[in-house]
Design a binder for this molecule. Structure first.
Ligand SMILES: O=C(O)CCC(=O)C(=O)O
Length: 255
């Protein structure tokens, strides 16, 4: 059942991190008019952009995943982050982004709040926009935290936060598997391009198809995937991670 954003409490976030592991679905966090406005702008902005791993996925800005690929992509990530944030605020979300709305509420209830971290004074990108066209999807993967870029932040686990602004006619669901991988095991099993082979995991334990406007928060350190997009339409999301550090630290927001 979808939870209203105003009903998020400290325990809601704690249950997501330390509890049984069910994803949290939020009731729509933006109006139809806001979604239509944002999606129109995103389709214009992504008409030329390409993503490192998949031509069917278009991204406004460079993602933290891409920043891990090489010193050059990391430099590009930090160089572009301020302009990407400004572009999203000015052109796509003049009414405030749905990720910001959720993060504001989480910051209110999480005792130490939420911060956007930096590396040597250069801020991480706080949120991103992704657009999957027909054929796009994501192999099962986990989002690692003990990497050269994120390790210094002292985080152990990442919550994925995605707001679904447009959903295609067919596919585009988010799939979850109830199992854990150590970073070492994951790296050993990984495909050369991205994520894991679906055959390795078998059928998903849970498949969620969010309604337009809804958001899903989930344990990104456990395997999840995006079902290939089909039919007409596209899949457009506003996304971020909220990373959990040692007790007494704020959550770290980045994308
Ligand atoms: O778009 C989604 O539903 C999930 C995206 C994803 O795989 C991630 O945030 O790691």
């Amino acid at each position: 059942m979808a939870v209203h954003i105003d009903d998020i409490k400290t325990e809601t976030i704690e249950a997501l991190i330390y509890g049984e592991g069910r994803p949290l679905t939020l009731a729509p966090v933006m109006t139809k008019e806001e979604r239509e406005f944002a999606c129109r702008k995103i389709r214009q902005l992504t008409s030329r952009s390409t993503y490192l791993w998949a031509k069917d996925l278009k991204v406004v800005g460079t993602s933290v995943g891409e920043a891990h690929e090489s010193p050059e992509t990391e430099r590009r990530y930090f160089d572009e982050a301020p302009a990407t944030s400004e572009l999203l605020a000015r052109e796509v979300f003049p009414f405030g982004s749905p990720v910001e709305r959720i993060v504001r509420k989480v910051a209110e209830v999480w005792p130490q709040g939420v911060v956007v971290p930096d590396k040597d004074g250069r801020a991480f990108l706080p949120h991103i926009v992704r657009r999957w066209a027909i054929g796009g999807g994501a192999n099962p993967h986990i989002d690692q935290s003990r990497t050269h870029l994120l390790g210094p932040l002292g985080i152990g686990r990442r919550i994925g936060l995605n707001v679904y602004m447009s959903m295609p006619e067919i596919g585009g669901a988010i799939e979850f598997w109830n199992r854990s991988f150590s970073d070492e095991e994951y790296v050993r099993l990984k495909r050369p391009d991205y994520g894991l082979d679906r055959e390795l995991l078998g059928p998903a334990d849970l498949t969620l198809r969010p309604e337009e406007g809804q958001a899903v928060l989930f344990r990104a350190w456990e395997p999840h995937a995006v079902e290939p997009v089909g039919g007409s339409g596209d899949r457009i999301t506003n996304a971020a991670f909220l990373a959990v550090g040692e007790a007494g630290r704020p959550l770290a927001q980045f994308a």
